[in-house]
Design a protein. Structure first.
Length: 583
């Protein structure tokens, strides 16, 4: 994803349609690097969000208001002084730079008509909002940049405003005025870089994803060295580029988001045809796209941040339990000699009379397998005392083995449980999901219940999908939901799916007494692979069986089941194209 020059062009087209001729009604600065400007236009009221945040600079139209600080920052007060009730004359973009320039007409203190410019630069950590006069002299900016910070350009009151040229890239808008195929080939197809990289490195305003899209439209391998293509292939790429830029100049935009496994992955202002149509979601406006895209991204980020404490608890407990498991496995390995000690004791009872006094060993035939064994002896003890010593060792090791066998089984179950909770955290999408996971950790003793707080009531619903053949598929979000799905929602002839031998969600297909088509089996298996610790892998083994074959052992941990009759298939974990139902 990239907030590139073409996205800016799309935003400027939208702002021109909505804001030209409108008057500034209110200026607010909700954050230190963010402006929210309200306009009164012929069509009603509009709001423009301008953000120069270093990690997420944005420009978009919005209907939502945001609370402002009690005392307005100095930059906000300055803008109010100069621009309150100012009229929007023009909104432009220099070439295909990531810059929006708003020209505002207003009356000064003497009643004279003046023009000022509010310039928003979307340049990553160098993003800024700059206020200038009609002579391009900086009046102020939301971020002050001194020579100590940047040797390229100072952004301070009284300094001249200019766009720094930090690269030798060609502006596509300038190029379109004099399109030269030979110059185009020289810029791109003389390089040894991969084609898509050579392209976005040569032109301003072009993002990597758009460069890959052009390669796809031209039927050229984006990762092949640019210099390896023929003249005919270079000409075809040039024609596709001109066609795209011509559409952009005419304002032909089609904002769309691409989803991978139902997660927003990319967006652009032109159709990303290199992705399947089922992965793309079209929007009527670029502002709606940006609001939707970053709202989903921010929601995921918030959940990730809020789950950090739980992840730390789970990871710490998991590391401690794995160390305990490894130590127990080492200890139980030391008991493997216990049967040898028992046999030594029995053989000494049988052949001890043959032992020479003060001897350090005795050779005897093992009557269990007919082999000759050498039995080490303590020369200070009699054969019967040596036999007793071996029987004591055997008894002690046997007790140790029996105790460790139970402990190892319990610790292994604990590791599996913690790994399943970790997987639940990976797929959590809502705060209610985290509340249920927290309750599971509390009930399992990993967390202490605070004060008099009561057990959390399970309120979230499982993921709900519908197969291409119309069958309902439900996926548990956590271990509590897995149990509820399998043993409360599902009936005997429904089908149950789970990733083989690894933590993951229970997946239930409601059969309604019908035979499932092969495609539904495959889609349910893909969901089981996706909602498991093998998410992202191309080959995941999935077990599936009728629900009536799935049992829960007594006192088993949440989500743990057993089954003895099942089928298996290997599927990838890509769930693109499977319809999710939001309730």
């Amino acid at each position: 994803m990239a907030f590139d020059g073409i996205t800016i062009a799309n935003i400027i087209q939208e702002c021109r349609q909505n804001l030209i001729g409108g008057r500034i009604y209110k200026i607010a600065q909700p954050e230190s690097d963010e402006l929210l400007i309200t306009f009164k236009t012929a069509g009603g009221q509009s709001r423009l969000m301008l953000s120069a945040d270093a990690s997420l600079p944005l420009i978009y139209l919005t209907e939502e208001n945001k609370p402002s600080p009690m005392t307005a920052p100095n930059f906000c007060m300055l803008l109010r002084k100069h621009l309150q009730n100012g009229r929007i004359v023009e909104i432009t973009q220099p070439g295909l730079e990531r810059i929006m320039r708003i020209e505002i007409e207003h009356l000064n203190e003497l009643g004279d008509l003046c023009h000022k410019y509010l310039i928003t630069e979307i340049m990553g950590k160098h993003s800024n909002i700059i206020f200038t006069d009609d002579q391009d002299r900086i009046i102020d900016s939301i971020k002050h940049i001194s020579s100590a910070v940047s040797s390229v350009r100072e952004v301070l009151p009284g300094k001249d405003y200019f766009i720094p040229k930090t690269t030798a890239k060609t502006d596509p808008v300038d190029y379109l005025h004099h399109p030269d195929a030979s110059l185009f080939s020289q810029l791109i197809f003389s390089q040894s870089l991969p084609l898509f990289r050579a392209f976005y490195s040569a032109f301003t305003g072009i993002s990597p994803v758009l460069a890959q899209e052009l390669c796809y439209r031209s039927s050229l391998d984006a990762n092949r060295p640019a210099s390896s293509f023929s003249g005919e292939e270079a000409l075809r790429f040039h024609e596709i580029f001109l066609d795209l830029m011509s559409g952009i100049q005419k304002g032909s935009f089609s904002p769309n988001i691409v989803y991978e496994n139902h997660i927003p992955a990319e967006y652009a202002s032109v159709p990303l045809t290199m992705y399947h149509a089922s992965q793309r979601k079209d929007f009527d406006s670029i502002s709606a796209l940006l609001k939707n895209y970053y709202a989903e991204k921010n929601a995921m980020m918030r959940i990730r941040q809020k789950s950090a404490e739980l992840r730390h608890i789970v990871q710490t407990a998991l590391e401690r339990t794995v160390k305990k498991y490894d130590l127990q496995c080492t200890q139980i390995k030391d008991t493997e000699k216990r049967e040898n000690y028992r046999i030594y004791g029995e053989l000494l009872h049988t052949y001890g009379y043959q032992a020479v006094p003060s001897s350090k060993s005795l050779e005897a035939v093992n009557y269990y397998n007919g082999e000759t064994v050498v039995i080490p002896l303590d020369p200070q003890k009699s054969p019967s005392e040596n036999a007793k010593r071996y029987f004591d060792k055997y008894t002690k090791m046997k007790r140790t083995y029996e105790t460790l066998s139970v402990l190892i089984q319990n610790v292994r179950a604990e590791i599996t449980h913690l790994e399943s909770i970790s997987t639940s955290l990976d797929i959590a999408e809502q705060e209610s999901d985290l509340a249920e996971i927290r309750e599971e950790l509390t009930a399992s003793g990993y967390l202490r219940r605070k004060g008099t707080s009561k057990k959390v009531k399970i309120t979230s619903r499982p993921f709900h999908y519908q197969s291409s053949d119309g069958f309902d598929i439900f996926v548990g979000r956590n271990n509590y939901q897995n149990d509820a799905l399998t043993f409360q929602l599902a009936v005997g002839n429904d089908w149950w799916f789970h990733a083989k031998g690894i933590p993951g969600s229970h997946v239930i297909v409601r059969s309604n007494g019908k035979e499932l088509p092969d495609r539904t089996y495959e889609e349910a298996a893909r969901l089981a692979a996706h909602y498991s610790s093998a998410r992202g892998q191309s080959r995941v083994e999935i077990d599936y069986t009728e629900k009536k074959n799935v049992k829960k052992p007594a006192a088993a941990k949440p989500g743990f089941v057993i089954y003895h009759t099942n089928f298996s298939m290997v599927m990838n974990s890509d769930i693109s194209g499977i319809s999710q139902i939001t309730e």
